[in-house]
Design a protein. Sequence first.
Length: 122
Amino acid sequence: MKLISIGLFGLLGVFARYYLGILMSRYLPIAFPFGTLFINLSGAFLIGVVWVLGMEKAAIPHNTLIGIIVGFLGGFTTFSAYCLEFVRLIEESKFIYGILYVSLSPALGCLAAYFGMYLARL
């Protein structure tokens, strides 16, 4: 049941990201990626809400919670997982790991994207 939940919610998340991105680019035709920014920020907000409701208040059944976090929000944006993991490290007083994670992820991620593009162009 868990895998079905992840798959169904994932499908919804992927389509939500796609259509929201199109909608925003239609109404904000600027070179700045407002659509992606909005998707990342709203995904980060939603994962915080869903985490508290599901894990701390037990208001969301476990399979549904996993479906929303891994499926919908994973399909919508992985930035939400990045934010949640950072906040959880800080909440668990793992400050060094949190700072390393929040610093290395974007820096190394951008570097990896650059090298991937470089290699693909060879």
